[in-house]
Every structure is written in structure tokens, then in C-alpha cells.
Design a protein around this ligand. Structure first.
Ligand code: DGP
Length: 114
């Protein structure tokens, strides 16, 4: 939508290191990795944030979670552990207004996050 950076990644107008793609979702390496493994999984459809998720988005959200096991296995963190995070709004630090799920792993992750 408009100048959404993730929509431009979906359209391949901006390059990314893709680890998974199908008709409705895309997963790629975060450009500012916070862990040895840091992937973003997004719906191709522009949904600004969790606040905007509607019942008709259930399929794509479920699909995202259904591919995580394969993605984390391919990245070698399925058994060591990983974290899935979705920031929503300014207090959570959401900086890109296109729904995305961070998948972080490859090191011990502190809890609670800052
Ligand atoms: P958040 O702060 O939760 O909105 O996370 C947005 C993430 O998006 C942040 O970790 C950096 C990443 N990011 C921003 N621009 C780009 C880009 O152009 N390419 C890639 N691969 N990641 C990006």
C-alpha cells in the first residue's frame, strides 16, 4: 500500500533474502538482525498491525504459524528454541506498519524483553 516498505519487498521492488514464499505469505531475513537467526514473516496482503486483523485474515495468520516449524527447521533452531514476536504500536516499537512476525533464535533470548 502506498510507500509501505514490506509491500515493496513483496513486489520485489526492494531486494530481500527470502527463506519462504507462497501465494499469501513471505518470509525473509531482517535487515537489522537482533539474533543469529532473525526472520520476518508477513502476509502479502497489507494489514497494518494486529489492531487491523479481521476474521477474514484468519487463514493467512494460521498459514504463517503453520509454516514456522519448517522455516525454523531449515534455519537450524527448531530444537534449540526460538521466539515469535509481533510488535504493535509505538510502545512496542513497531516501526513498519505492515503486520509482521519476528522469528528470533540462535542464542539464548532474555525474558522479559526490554
Ligand atoms: P518492528 O520494529 O517490529 O516494526 O520491526 C520491523 C523490522 O523490519 C525491523 O527489525 C527492521 C526490519 N526492516 C525494516 N526495513 C527493512 C528492509 O528494507 N528489509 C528488511 N529485510 N528488513 C527491514
Amino acid at each position: 500500500m502506498g510507500d509501505c516498505i514490506f509491500c515493496r519487498i513483496v513486489e520485489k521492488q526492494i531486494p530481500s533474502k527470502i527463506v519462504y514464499e507462497d501465494d499469501s505469505i513471505l518470509a525473509f531475513h531482517d535487515i537489522d538482525a537482533k539474533a543469529p537467526v532473525h526472520i520476518l514473516i508477513i502476509p502479502k496482503e497489507h494489514i497494518p498491525s494486529i489492531n487491523d486483523v479481521k476474521p477474514q485474515n484468519c487463514d493467512v495468520i494460521a498459514r504463517i504459524f503453520s509454516v514456522i516449524p519448517q522455516i525454523v527447521e531449515n534455519l537450524g533452531v527448531k530444537n534449540s528454541g526460538y521466539r515469535v514476536v509481533a510488535n504493535s504500536g509505538s510502545d512496542a516499537g513497531q516501526s513498519v506498519n505492515h503486520l509482521h512476525f519476528h522469528v528470533l533464535g540462535g542464542r539464548t533470548l532474555s525474558w522479559p524483553p526490554g
